[in-house]
Design a protein around this ligand. Sequence first.
Ligand code: BGC
Ligand code: BGC
Length: 972
Amino acid sequence: MAFSKVALLAALPFAFGQSSSVVPDPAYSTPRGTPFPDTTYPNATVPYAVAGAQSNQTSPPEYPSPWGEGLGDWADAYAQAKAFVSQLTLTEKVNLTTGVGWEGEKCVGNTGSIPRLAFKAMCLEDSPLGVRFKDFASAFPAGVTVAATWDRSLFYTRGYDMGAEHRESGVDIQLGPVVGPIGRAPEGGRNWEGFSPDPYLSGIAVGETVKGMQDAGIMACTKHYILNEQEHFRQPSDIPASSSNIDDRTMHELYLWPFADAVRAGTASIMCSYQQINNSYGCQNSYTLNYLLKNELGFQGFVMSDWSAQHSGVSSALAGLDQTMPGDQAFDSGNAFWGANLTIAVLNGTVPQWRLDDMAVRIMAAYYYVDRPGNQVPDAPNFSAWTQDTFGFSHFYASEDYTQVNYHVDVQQDHYVDIRNIAAKGTVLLKNTGGLPLTGQEKLTTVFGSDAAENGWGPNGCPDRGCDNGTLAMGWGSGTANFPYLITPLEAIKAEVRSNRGAFEDVIDDYAYTQASALARRVAQPGVGGACIVFANSDAGEGYIVYDYNEGDRNNLTLWHNADTMIQTVTEQCDNTIVVMHTVGPVVVDAWYDNPNVTAIVWAGIPGQESGNAITDILYGKVNPGGKSPFTWGASRGEYGTDVLYEPNAGSSAPQDNFQEGVFIDYRAFDRLGETPIFEFGFGLSYTTFEYSGLQVQANSVGQYMPTNGQTPAAPTYGTVSNRTADYVYPPGFDPVEAYIYPFLNNSNLRSASMDPQYAINYTFPADGYDSSPQPYLAAGSNVAPGGNAQLYDVMFTVSATITNTGDIVGDEVPQLYVSLGGPENPRVVLRGFDRLTIQPGASETFTAQITRRDLSNWDTYSQNWVISNAPKFVYVGSSSRNLPLSQRLNVDACYGGGAPPAASTAAPVSGAPSGAAPSGGVVTQISAPTGVVTQISDAQDGQPQAPSAAPSMSSPVQQISDGQVRASSTA
Ligand code: BGC
Ligand code: BGC
């Protein structure tokens, strides 16, 4: 049901739910439980994706926008926020919601201030790996590298260190971490800013990062919500931005999963994304913002727009946007969807006061949640994003207010120690037939490739790192920071060699094959000996920078600068060639990885400022490698089954990006398609060896899963808004900054103050958007804490195994726990646990992991809830996604107090070849019982074939890697 309101703004082509029509089509008003039209995608590769991942898919309207309540540990912050917001005038509230305009103040985003209460403007600053644009701040390893450590404490430490640097810089909100993109396609330009295409690993990483950042006293901004999986077409140009089309189940089981972890960890803010989701823009998509994020996940913080990702005024407010950044519609246009227009919208009733109050309370609650008042520094922000000069303009775009803008505060502390440690621990040893570790006694050490060396323009010589000159320690775009220094591999290795009095030469010209060949030949001469270390990279970044024809997204998955030819040139001469790769994701190594002269392959990720020291630690065995690949390495790009769009595919309409593969990305795709990766997800070698034994599975008693019920309170309002429009005009004598966005009206007539020729045209807004009455909680939601139904986190099984270091030196191993959910449409296995253990030679450590209810559930689109199917479930433990020697059936019934363990509860590992086929039998989902309780149906009751009693095998006794080499580690 919709009703007409007076229109506020002209630019409302992209309304709620769909992009073209202004009146909702009744077909979109589908009842809860069938959130997507039941249509068929003819070429769907995954049956359950049929109802979603198709061209012209639409997003259902969901209103009203849920108001924050102060659930869980947000209660105190909400009490403070309500007290604060109760004192505010209408324009002061609006000032919290709207940025002042691009380059209007010193940070990449800045809210308005509240001078009457001495409340300063909030500073929002990139990036997910440091303080963007600041001098004397650290350049941390990127998300993909910290993910490769698989170390919770390092996830937290990095977050804390970055948060501390932002705090000391006077930043209120750090614009990170990233779990969107998650990495649907390896070509995605910004995947490296985030962690891993596995949602569980990404979820743990984002949760710990958020906690670390916020414990340091600043607000995190988890971004980009959601399905921002490619750079091409992310923003409207002459055509609308692309639409990521997805089904409900894939949304929950893959892309929403890590955002749920971020919400549960208390992320203060979430950035909505540029592109469309089911043909509705990310910052006005009521389904993703109102229904999924604020209702189902119970998010208590605020939603800010990506920079210029807002495309409507009233509609975005009703759909759940709380803050618009950088505030102006187009950079420096002086126009804003909000600002004065939001003031007008509240006055004319198109945005209800409770919605504005909710925005303000959410923003202030986030501020108190991380104790911003207790974490202020002098002169904040003590730097300018727009100049490194000491003196400059406070209002950079307007060139107004010349003053000291940079205080050059050194905020690095001793973070270089953690940076080096994370970079080394996130380095993955992919192959080792004896090339590593180097002893330091090599007679002649040689290094090849520009990826070892300096950028001739300096480490920050390319704006936002938008080039690939010299060693790659950061991708490009807004997800960057200035290097305070960059230790190159060349200088660190040379110093190491010289400390041992060895000889060292290099050829860093990527195309100097003649010289490279001659140098490599000398290493192989009888009586000489040593090592040939080839450095190579592959870069990517954000779409506003195009480098070497790559518009953010990668054009291919091969190494850059013809490195394959350099590798070939060196290996033709040198029988001890070690390849080190700095890459943003997987690259195709098919041409050379199994060459016997390649004696070691190392993925050194995107390491940050300590790059050279970290790789030297690994190459010389000062740190025993223990990282594991956070993504799959395939033999060709086609094997991934996903790609980004390169050309518009819908004429002048929005490109349609259909996520038909469902949850089958990365290793799940390889498993499903029966492809053998070159290096699988979770794989990584050590200089020692490990053995797995003694799997134990303990079932914990949990109650039946109860859907959340009951109702929220009615929407609160704080303070009263007078309807005397004259109260909101610019104060007398006010001297506005040019192109700055203010909340004030330029006169007391709303129509003329709007300066909108179409003011008051008939425009239909969703009636439910104005409903302030108590609203039902969702079954999968929570009325006690953010993160969804609290019972999802009940621990059903505690799993342990013994890991023994069977070698001679201390080493780290990352035991991984996978489960098979068993349904015909489930991946063969999914990651559900891991830990990083340091184990002394000859010693054993116990690996322990917990399997929650959520970990064993599938999303049921019908009941709109998580359910544990009655398909047989198995747990696997091992050293990678394809080396899982320990397994056992999970007796889910035992968690409900009944059921004897299955007769045969262990499975013999018999074959290493994954079948790709899930065990047959069992239904995928269950429907709520009439009582509203989601029940677990036992095998015997449901009429389905009985489950197999043995787990499908996931490993072979003698483990071979796919290159035909016997694995250096005996992690069988
Ligand atoms: C990026 C965001 C970034 C913002 C501010 C946008 O283009 O997508 O990640 O935080 O700009 O620089
Ligand atoms: C800015 C980035 C921003 C991007 C938006 C660039 O000019 O430097 O911060 O993310 O524009 O597209």
